[in-house]
Design a protein around this ligand. Structure first.
Ligand code: HEM
Ligand code: NAG
Length: 491
């Protein structure tokens, strides 16, 4: 009797869950759902990429999976991604809420801040400030060039040998960002700088890893002292560090003569007075963290992809050397204007970004309201994953979709062209706001290094493993970079 009751109860419970976990009407299709865990058990969580590829083959350009009870819609290919993020951009401009990363950023700043007035204000401020970067005496270009010369002299010391470039690039890129945000750079050996870097790396690993996933899907566990607490603890340390910088700036700032972004922000707070806008110390620190975290990993990973490809394709590197020598002649230093006379180098850099696809799934979006799009109904607040890799490798969009080949960005005349499917920065109202700075940085760094050095696979290093490491950002596995000083070949 008791057994029968139990069976009845279990049956009802199962029916209830099956009913609860069905897809809403006219929702994008996807694999069969299971109670509570949704589709989680059907995915290999350590590297779900293969599973997703199968799903898109089976269900098409727009499909859905459930992470626990949370529905997620994936967009595949240029047409679907463009329709959502550009044509219907505003309706897709929210961010998912209630995740570890939201708590990390306390719903402030730009990246994770959902669609609304404070996101708009902070984004516009950041964009215009980065664009008009005539901060004080040094332009953006001069700040980047200062770092390229430090990096160059550092590498010169180890010429003839090889090194793992990971931390070195991390340091160089965050120095450029530090210079722009805080007005100062750090020595590559500086201890406090190193521990700051380690902290940022550790934190993004937690947020992007399994513990982040657990936090996001099983809210019950959030109050337990599990590793995701470390992320919040690190956030507080980072915040404390930045607040000290802000206080120092307040003491030394001359209004109207900004030295860096903090000074610009202080001017903005002053200018806004009490107009009800979102400019205050809390939002400033959130924006600083945003720019730091958004810029460092992505850009330095792009460099690692680039140097790896240059080692693996010596012919491509030789053509870069040739073009750079021709354009620079006797000149020591490159400038950003030179890019117009270096179509091949430009093509190589863009191909590095395309092939590297460093943020393969962009940053997740969410819908701002119930909408009808691409033939489906998607409710307000649904998580949207635009698959940027699917556009960057899409057949029909590229001459060589699956191989590293700079010809993807060159026309018959050898001129540089940029196809519409070049979307490493995503598209629409949420598009990366660091693009201008990244363009300039990639060009100045690559040309400076290639002018001075030749990169080769080290004899002792063995074959590099070209399969990417997956995370939110994907990049090459650690490798050894062989460096030779080039002769006095200028001119
Ligand atoms: C190679 C380097 C980089 C790549 C590939 C990259 C790519 C991206 C992508 C794909 C997004 C998501 C856009 C979307 O939600 O649809 C994004 C957002 C963002 N990026 Fe970048 N990024 C890079 C470097 C930078 C740098 C250097 C900065 C600033 C210093 C930056 C600042 C931001 C910010 C603030 C957002 C959030 C924009 C918003 O939500 O409105 N990024 N980036
Ligand atoms: C995104 O697209 C790429 C290339 O088509 C594919 O390999 C990958 O599995 C896709 N990822 C997801 C999450 O759909």
């Amino acid at each position: 009797m008791l057994g029968l009751l139990f069976l009845l109860w279990a049956g009802l419970l199962l029916l209830y869950f099956l009913w609860k976990t069905g897809r809403p009407k006219n929702f994008p299709p996807g694999p069969q759902l299971f109670p509570i865990c949704g589709n989680l058990l059907q995915l290999n969580l350590k590297n779900p990429m293969k599973d997703f590829e199968k799903l898109s083959k089976r269900y098409g350009k727009v499909y859905s999976v459930y992470f626990g009870g949370r529905p997620v819609v994936l967009l595949h290919g240029l047409q679907a991604v463009k329709e959502a993020l550009m044509t219907r951009g505003v309706e897709f401009a929210a961010r998912p809420q209630g995740l570890l990363i939201n708590h990390f950023f306390e719903d402030k700043g730009v990246i994770i801040n959902t669609y609304g007035p404070s996101w708009k204000e902070q984004r516009r401020f950041a964009l215009t400030t980065l664009r008009n970067f005539g901060l004080g005496k040094l332009s953006m270009e001069e700040r980047i060039l200062e770092e390229t010369s430090h990096l160059s002299s550092y590498i010169e010391k180890i010429a003839g040998q090889s090194l793992d470039p990971q931390m070195l690039f991390y340091n160089a890129i965050s120095n450029v960002i530090c210079a722009i945000l805080l007005g100062s750079r750090y020595n590559y050996e500086d201890q406090s700088f190193q521990s700051l870097m380690q902290m940022i790396i550790e934190t993004s690993k937690i947020i992007n890893g399994p513990w982040g996933m657990i936090y996001d899907t099983i809210p019950l566990l959030r109050s337990l002292p599990l590793p995701f607490w470390k992320a919040i603890e690190n956030r507080n340390k980072l915040k404390a560090f930045l607040l000290i910088k802000v206080t120092e700036h307040k003491e030394t700032q001359v209004p109207g003569q900004p030295r860096d972004i903090i000074d610009c922000y202080l001017d903005e707070i002053e200018k806004r007075g009490n107009d009800g806008s979102s400019f205050d110390d809390g939002f400033m620190v959130a924006l600083l963290m945003d720019l730091f975290i958004a810029g460092t990993d992505t850009t330095s990973t792009t460099f690692r992809v680039g140097l790896l490809q240059l080692m693996v394709h010596p012919d491509v590197q030789a053509r870069c050397h040739q073009e750079i020598d021709t354009v620079l002649g006797e000149r020591e230093q490159v400038c950003y204007e030179d890019r117009h006379r270096m179509p091949y180098v430009q093509a190589v850099i863009h191909e590095v970004q395309r092939y590297g696809s460093v943020l393969p799934l962009s940053v997740f979006h969410a819908t701002t309201q119930d909408i009808q799009v691409l033939g489906y109904s998607i409710p307000k607040g649904t998580t949207i994953i635009p698959n940027l890799s699917s556009v960057l490798y899409e057949e029909g969009q590229w001459k060589f979709p699956h191989n590293f080949n700079p010809s993807n960005f060159l026309n018959e005349e050898g001129e540089f062209v940029k196809p519409e499917a070049f979307v490493p920065f995503s598209m629409g109202p949420r598009m990366c706001l660091g693009e201008g700075m990244v363009r300039m940085g990639l060009f100045l760094f690559f040309v400076t290094l290639l002018h001075r050095f030749q990169f080769h696979l080290p004899q002792d290093g063995g074959e590099p493993d070209l399969t990417p490491n997956f995370g939110i950002t994907q990049g090459p596995k650690p490798y050894q970079l062989g460096v030779r000083l080039r002769g006095q070949q200028c001119g």
